[in-house]
Design a protein around this ligand. Structure first.
Ligand code: NOJ
Ligand code: CA
Length: 673
């Protein structure tokens, strides 16, 4: 049997490599994709990593409104191959230097009955495979209406799978961990682990003018096969495009373990180079905000007794930020319209609330060296927002405001369109491009998922698209496993504005002032981690705009705040030291000579040993360690923590004791040559 295990794949490989023009290898030859047109004229592909088949022979194609199925009757007109090996530097992290090395095959095809010409491009990297459809300009086909995309991914066996159910409007969900056969209809990214331990994430890259892709499981001849299923327009078509464009990339990230999966940069590599000539105005920033108070119900967005965004409160936050190394502040509820949230044309992004002096606050922030992140909640009213966008952004520019948090909390206007459909993908793109014109950085909530577009538009800093911290304030919240699942799932697409850093994890400090606004039982609401894990998540849940989410009063004179205060989040390099999906992760990030490490666990206590072999040799460093208290865990004394200091060097080992639902954050600073 053992011999068979080796001989069969070898034979397989021999057969495919004999038909050499059908195979495409990764530069390190570890991943092999075979591509062919079968006797029915169907375009088929297969993916292997070493001797393991990951995607069995699967067909590609789509359905057009005018011409029906474009899945068989295909002829290969031409095929081109090339190898690309380039290095590019990102404006911000998590890793600035990116190697983009792949082998590409472009197949030029023609569909027999419609005579449509289209290309399928495959790229094979050392960390995965991607393909896209290209629709070249041609006579008789100016516009295409796609009714369905029929890209198949015939997976092998029944791997363990981490997934959220497909939803056209929200990614704010907890992950399920089930066999693949139970993951019937999913959002991407979706992550799997095969019996041999290989990790695979299916997702998409460079989603610019298309609708978002979900995946539906079909049992095709006893194989677990995902088929792409696109988010519809209100008229039930899926995509409307002009020829001369291409689809997003369909991506299969492949890694030998969970830590390497997270380190993959394939998605961002598949995006076009930066379109901005001058990026000097784009900068990572740590921020706080008048925000958490509204979620826990001690303040309101709407004007009134408890209004959070008053001039006075804003100036208090500015003072604190300025004195405590916080770069920026988001102030929600500053403008008119919150009393009409949900209605068409509710929000006005140029008129401040009557107790908020926008000009005074903006000037005060400038004097104190603090950036304002202006907040534009649209309630989902994309039409209303587009009508105001230029005047609102011009106002920001005139006030020296360089960053913006958008929000789409509500049903989309035009009615019938979806957050993840092509209409909104185009809208989100318009926002990023318009913002770039006004030199504004974007943090989008209720967004389209990340697909690596930060390479092309580096002012697209971060986004939500996750069940974030806010859910702890007004629902059963996010269990300890959630925050050690999303680095391997949601974050495979890119940075996340999860907003960690809440210190009052039991929400006790202002309990008397709380008013439930979205739950009947506020006693259930709390943060489901220890305090030390909140610091760890500040490092693990990467965002170039990283929030310390608690209210200011919970930070004043708190010794743990020093970690956030000292953290340089403009990372040059990232290493994932270990990890297991839904269980634990340890991430190390370098800024200049210094490192931050975050390690976190799920409901299980565990001891994790790490080796500091990434530090520069023959150099002294000082580590400041923020750890769970001896008797702390997420259920018992979650706020207990310890701070200790240690001199460390390259190659030293550290044992991290993580309590149940706990974590550890370490700041390592160079102290000598
Ligand atoms: C939902 C966003 O995720 C949250 O951050 C924001 O505070 C509210 N909408 C109000 O805009
Ligand atoms: Ca949200």
């Amino acid at each position: 049997m053992k011999i068979l295990k080796w001989i069969l794949p070898a034979l397989c490989l021999l057969i495919v490599s004999c038909k050499d023009n059908k195979t495409l290898l990764s530069p390190d030859r570890s991943i092999l994709t075979s591509i062919e047109i079968n006797h029915k004229g169907q375009l088929m592909y297969q993916v292997m990593k070493g001797d393991e088949v990951l995607i069995q022979s699967s067909s590609l194609g789509f359905e057009l409104k005018e011409h029906g199925l474009i899945t068989d009757g295909l002829t290969l007109l031409n095929k081109e191959r090339r190898e690309v090996n380039e290095t590019w530097t990102a404006v911000w992290g998590p890793t600035k230097k990116n190697i983009n090395h792949y082998n590409e095959a472009k197949l030029e095809l023609q569909h027999e009955s419609s005579q449509l010409k289209f290309n399928v491009i495959f790229r094979v990297f050392n960390d995965g495979v991607a393909f896209c459809y290209e629709y070249p300009n041609q006579d008789g086909f100016d516009e295409l209406v796609i009714m369905d995309e029929l890209s198949k991914f015939a997976l092998v066996g029944n791997p363990k799978c981490w997934w959220t159910e497909a939803d056209y409007d929200s990614y704010e969900k907890l992950y399920h961990e089930t066999p693949l056969s139970e993951a019937k209809w999913v959002n991407t990214p979706v992550t799997m682990r095969t019996n041999s331990g290989l990790h695979i994430t299916l997702h998409e890259a460079a989603l610019t003018n298309y609708s978002g892709m979900t995946l539906k499981l079909k049992d095709h001849k006893k194989k677990n096969t995902y088929v792409s299923s696109l988010v519809p327009w209100a008229d039930n078509t899926k995509v409307k495009i002009k020829t001369g464009t291409k689809s997003p990339w369909r991506t299969i990230t492949i890694a030998t373990n969970a830590a390497r999966l997270v380190e993959s940069n394939m998605i961002v590599n598949l995006n076009e180079p930066c379109k901005l000539d001058d990026t000097s105005w784009i900068k990572p920033m740590k921020y706080m905000g008048i925000w958490w108070g509204m979620h826990i119900g001690t303040e309101t967005w709407v004007e009134g007794d408890r209004h959070g965004a008053t001039t006075e409160n804003a100036m208090r936050y500015i003072d604190y930020a300025s004195e405590n190394g916080i770069d920026a502040l988001v102030i929600e509820g500053w403008n008119a319209g919150w009393d009409k949230w949900g209605a068409k044309d509710a929000f006005d992004h140029v008129t401040p609330a009557s107790d908020y002096d926008l000009k005074k606050v903006a000037t005060y922030a400038q004097v104190k060296g603090v950036e304002l992140i202006i907040h534009h909640e649209t309630g989902g009213d994309a039409i209303g927002y587009e009508a105001l966008i230029d005047s609102a952004y011009a106002l920001c520019q005139s006030l020296g405001i360089k960053a913006l948090k958008t929000g789409y909390a509500g049903g989309i206007y035009p009615q019938g369109e979806h957050h993840h459909g092509q209409y909104m993908v185009q809208h989100y793109q318009k926002v990023v491009e318009t913002a770039a014109k006004y030199r504004i950085m974007i943090n989008a909530h209720e967004p389209i998922k990340p697909t690596g577009k930060r390479r092309t538009w580096p002012n697209m800093m971060t986004r939500e698209g996750v069940r974030g911290m806010e859910w702890n304030a007004w629902s059963d919240g996010n269990p300890p496993s959630h925050t050690v699942t999303i680095p391997f799932t949601r974050m495979m697409g890119g940075p996340v504005d999860y907003t960690p850093g809440t210190f009052d994890v039991l929400l006790e400090n202002f309990a008397d002032e709380r008013i439930a606004w979205n739950t009947d039982d506020i006693s259930q609401t709390r943060v489901h981690t220890t305090l030390a894990k909140q610091l760890a998540l500040f490092v693990i849940l990467y965002s170039p705009m990283q929030m310390a989410s608690d209210v200011l009063d919970n930070y004043i004179d708190h010794p743990a705040f020093n970690f956030i205060k000292d953290a340089n989040i403009d990372y040059d390099e990232t290493k994932v030291l270990n990890g297991s999906v839904g269980e634990y992760i340890t991430t190390a990030r370098r800024s200049g000579d210094d490192w931050l490490i975050g390690s976190a666990t799920n409901e299980e206590a565990r001891t994790i040993e790490i080796k500091l072999d990434f530090l520069t040799e023959e150099t002294q460093y000082e580590a400041t360690i923020y750890a769970d208290g001896k008797d702390a865990n997420w259920l018992n004394k979650p706020s207990d923590f310890t701070i200790s200091k240690l001199n460390v060097m390259h190659g030293d080992k550290l044992k991290l004791n993580l309590t149940a639902g706990g974590g550890q954050a370490i700041s390592i600073k160079r102290i000598s040559q």
